[in-house]
Each structure stands twice: as C-alpha cells, then as structure tokens.
Design a binder for this molecule. Structure first.
Ligand code: C2O
Ligand code: CU
Length: 487
C-alpha cells in the first residue's frame, strides 16, 4: 500500500504534468500559421519611442506604383527551367531567367524609367523579381504575398521604376527565394552614372554563386582569361548572390573599393595585400588601372578566377592578402544628410537570438527577433519623413547579412565605435556573431518593407520582419493556401 503522501505526490505530479502539457500544447497550437494570413496580422507593433500611429490603414501597397509614362529601357525576362553549362562542362539543371544563370545583365542609365516584363514559363512554385538594393516604389518591390502575388506558370507581371541612383544592384526571385535563388533565379542590374565612366573602361559584372557546391564567377567555375591593354581603367562589380560572406583577392596591382551596395565611397585609397569579405547579397565595385603585368580576381575556396593580361593568355598571378578590408575606416568622411548625433524620430532595437520553442508547430531552436519567434517578431512602424535608427545586436554564433528593402541605411557605429571613413551606406550589412551595429535611414519610401537576413535559409526559418509605414496595408496574402511564400 502506498502512503497518502506518496499518492498525493503522484497526484500533484500528474496535475503539474497536465498543466505543463496544456501550456506546451497551447504554445504549439499558437505557433501554427494559418492557411492564409496578412503580413500585417502578425508582428508585435513597435514605435521605436516615437508617437504611436495607426499601423495599418487605407493606403494599399498596390497603389504605390512606379511611373506610368513611356519607359526609357524595356526588358522581358522569362523564368524557365534550363540546363546551364559551367565553364568546366559541368551541367546544372537550373531555374533561369531566359535560359541563363546568372540571368541577363540589365544595364540602364541613371534617370531611366525602366520597365521589365516578367513571364513565368514553367517555374511551378511561381516567381517574382525583387530589385535588390534599388529603392523602388513598394508595389514594384517583388515580394510575394506582401507587394504582389507570385507569378504562376503562364502568367506575367510588369515592373516599372525610375533608376535614380547609379550603381551595382541585382535582381532575384522573392518567391520561395531560398530555393529559387540558390537554383539560379537571379542576375545583375547596373545603373550607369550620368557622368560616363572614364573612356575605354573595362566595366565587368562578376556575380558569384554556388551551383550545388561549385563556386562560380558568372557561369565560370574555372580561370577566365581576358586580354586587357595596359593603362585600361578596370571596374569590377562584385555581387554575392549567396547567403554567406565570400572572400575575394585582387591584385597584385593596387586597387580601390569604389562603391559599396551601389553607393560611391569618398576618397577611396589604394589597397594592396588586402582581401575583401563581401556580405551575402552585398556588392563591392572595385577599380584599378591595368598594369603591364597580369592582374587577377580570385574567389577564395574556388577554382573560379579572372585573369587579366595584355595578351589574354597569362595565368592568374599568385595573390597575397593578409589584412581584411574594413569599410568602417576606409576613405575620408564627407557630409551626410544626418549623422550619429542627429535627433532620431524613432530608435528600434533588433536583437537577433535563438530560442527554444515552436514555429509553425515545429519544436526546436528557432531564430528570434527581439526575443520572439516568427510570426510574432516585431513590426517597426514609422511615419513618412522620420529619421530612424536601428540597433542590431547579433547574439547568435552565425553571421547574419541583414537586408532592409526600399532604403539605404548609413552605418553609424560598430560595437560602439563610430565609423571613421567615407560615409558607408548599405542595403545589406553583415552582422558578425556577437557584434552590435547602429544604422540609420530616412523613411522616405512609403510601403511595407521586408527587413530580413539575406542568408535566405535563415529567412525561410523565420529571420524576417517588416518595416511598415503608418496607414499602409497590403491586399496580398501569405501562407500555404495563398501560394505566396516570399522566402
Ligand atoms: Cu535580396 Cu528580401 O532580398
Ligand atoms: Cu541569418
């Protein structure tokens, strides 16, 4: 016979377990995503210390369109499955724009009104085009379920925007983007400056990718040789289409980093023996004058490189690169529309963590933003005209390339230390494990904007949130039944 005490303890234990199961069961149930939902239904509204404003309202993102007049530059991109042959002969069954990956290089001139017609031939999951780094009107931003519906096979969608800022950008699908970008749905987008580049410039776009474990520059996984006459000004536009940082070496001739994320740097000095670590989704434009000896660009950890030489036959010269390029102290300061001491209308904190819990019914360690797991992550609400500061703190052991749509942000400080070089504007910023960065932007482009990790696998696993302008709403739906899945 068990004693009364024993029986009482067992009873209490069962009650506690019941309460526990009930609690966990509720948490599990609460984490389930509905079949369809609106981007504005979830998220914990934050005002960043500014006045509370109605976060949703009567202005639909679908009305925030680009100009309607006749375009200056017109393109048609057809999304379809195709076999892509790399330089080594290796064939990849890819998702492509126009049968190629990277897709066609789109080059326009500053000020052009650009029209791009996207047609989906046979990409079953649907496709969109996001103009990464181009601060387009919200309806042209290409986010499935937030700014448009994914374009199904047999359908089309037209994007229109003015290319106001010169620089190096890229485009990619923002539907099931983790898998579609990895499989090839991306390309480069370049806005040539109003002031032409120096005459005779060799202006090359170099998009780095990883096709199923094979690192590539363009569609080459080998040494690519080119004849370039000594004295030729060379501009290499490096684009990292991956979710992780990539290391490039350039030389042996000295070179400069001319632009980051499409924005020219002030007074960039020559670099030698310096490697470049480029954030996933980020861009560096580098420049040098072709010497009489060979020069090269190498992608670390790969067989892909670019060898430039007067006769076009030279092997890439060996490159030494001891130090790492640091954009926080490169170039010289220049006036900016606001700085670290400005009066910010709203200041948000964005701690990135990992947390044991449920996401869509799955238990595990999930990414968290401000202590909450998707979709209960914060929603930063701003008003048009606000000067906004965001403090990002990476409390995880992974690097997160954080990307805000629709805006360029000025990097103010890193680990409490103010940046000291050229103004450093970004749309995609690597935040290293343990690092804290402060960025600021002017809220001058109304809409509902994704703000997410460009390691798209992280984004698909919940490292994604929105910056929403007061009074804006979206008619589009997310979730399985809507068939819109931005990540
Ligand atoms: Cu390059 Cu949200 O995207
Ligand atoms: Cu990440």
């Amino acid at each position: 016979m068990r004693s009364f005490v024993q029986r009482a303890l067992v009873g209490l234990g069962m009650v506690a377990a019941g309460v526990g199961v009930g609690f966990v069961g509720r948490a599990w149930h609460a984490s389930m995503l509905p079949g369809t939902y609106n981007a504005m239904d979830f998220g914990r509204i934050e005002f960043g210390g500014g006045p509370p404003v109605p976060h949703s309202g009567s202005l639909s993102v679908a009305k925030l369109l680009g100009p309607r007049e006749a375009p200056d530059a017109r393109f048609r991109l057809v999304a379809r499955q195709a076999d892509v042959r790399l330089a080594s002969g290796h064939v990849v069954h890819a998702l492509t724009f126009d049968g190629r990956s990277p897709g066609p290089e789109l080059r326009v001139h500053q000020g052009d009104l650009v029209e791009v017609v996207l047609e989906n031939d046979d990409v079953d999951g649907g496709v969109t085009i996001h103009w990464h780094g181009v601060d387009v009107p919200n309806a042209e931003d290409g986010v499935a379920g937030v700014t448009q519906d994914a374009v199904r096979p047999g359908e089309r969608y037209t994007y229109r925007f003015r290319a106001t800022r010169a620089g190096t950008y890229w485009y990619h699908s923002h539907q099931i983007s983790d898998s579609e970008v990895r499989r090839g749905l991306f390309g480069a987008f370049v806005v040539l400056p109003r002031e032409p580049l120096p005459p005779g410039t060799l202006d090359l776009i170099v998009v780095a990718h990883d096709f199923g474990g094979t690192l590539t520059l363009g569609s080459s996984d080998r040494v690519e040789r080119r004849a370039v006459g000594p004295g030729t000004p060379v501009r290499l536009r490096l684009v990292n289409s991956l979710g992780r940082p990539l290391t490039f070496r350039v030389g042996p001739t000295p070179y400069r980093v001319l632009a980051i994320d499409g924005v020219d740097l002030n007074a960039p000095s020559p670099l030698r023996g310096t490697k470049l670590v480029l954030a996933g989704g980020g861009r560096y434009d580098i420049g040098f004058t072709m010497p009489a000896q060979p020069a090269a660009l190498e992608l670390a950890g790969s067989d892909a490189s670019l060898a430039l030489s007067p006769d076009g036959h030279a092997d890439p010269p060996p490159l030494e690169a001891e130090t790492e390029f640091d954009p926080a102290r490169y170039g010289r300061p220049a006036p900016t529309p606001f700085g670290p001491t400005a009066r910010f209308d709203r200041t948000f904190t964005m701690p990135i963590g990992k947390k044991l819990g449920f996401m869509d019914g799955h238990v595990g360690f999930h990414w968290s933003l401000n202590g909450r797991v998707y979709p209960h992550v914060p929603m930063f609400v701003v008003e048009r005209g606000d000067l906004v500061k965001v403090e990002i703190a990476n409390k995880t052991s992974s690097v997160h390339p954080m990307h805000l749509h629709g805006h360029h942000a000025l990097v103010l400080s890193r680990d409490g230390k103010p940046t000291t070089g050229s103004p450093w504007w970004v749309d995609t910023l690597d935040v290293d494990p343990g690092q804290r960065v402060e960025i600021a932007f002017r809220a001058d482009n109304p809409g509902i904007w994704m703000d997410h990790c460009h390691n798209l696998r992280h984004a698909a696993a919940g490292l994604t949130m929105h910056v929403a302008y007061a009074g804006v709403s979206t008619p589009f739906a997310l979730g399985g039944r809507s068939r819109n899945r931005p990540e």
